[in-house]
Design a protein around this ligand. Structure first.
Ligand code: NI
Length: 137
């Protein structure tokens, strides 16, 4: 019997960004990134869902204590990203375009080190109501 259960924790952060590839022309950037290429940045309310999958611990009845999971996300993700300019304030995006895809991968890499390796981890990141990404796919 598969005894694995998935636990989801939702959090939110607000951040500004600009999508731009300096190797492309202004016109190409405009065509590729549209409004997200606006030179003076713009904001999104990012809805972050962290999915942790594993077997239920016989002592606690939990896969992971959601208080602990929330604290990990708060300390390592929300503190880092909330009310920040992703391009200017976040080291990883000095060279990496802060798309939802790249943000999700950065968040995964940070959380992967903080969550027990026996548990599977997945990041779902909504940039808008209609657009969201999942990593790993
Ligand atoms: Ni945008």
């Amino acid at each position: 019997m598969n005894k694995k259960v998935a636990v989801y924790r939702k959090e939110r952060f607000n951040a500004a960004h600009r999508l731009h590839n300096s190797e492309l022309s202004d016109t190409e950037n405009q065509v590729l990134f549209g409004k997200c290429n606006s030179p003076n940045f713009h904001g999104h309310n990012y809805d972050l869902t962290v999915k942790v999958t594993g077997e239920v611990d016989s002592k606690t009845g939990y896969v992971i204590d959601t208080k602990i999971l929330s604290n990990i996300i708060g300390q390592h993700i929300i503190e880092k990203f909330d009310h920040k300019n992703l391009n200017l304030d976040i080291f990883e995006f000095k060279v990496l375009n802060p798309t939802a895809e790249n943000i999700a991968m950065i968040i995964y890499n940070i959380l992967r080190e903080k969550i027990n390796a026996s548990l599977e981890l997945k990041i779902i990141l909504n940039e808008t109501e209609k657009n969201y990404v999942e990593y790993p796919a």
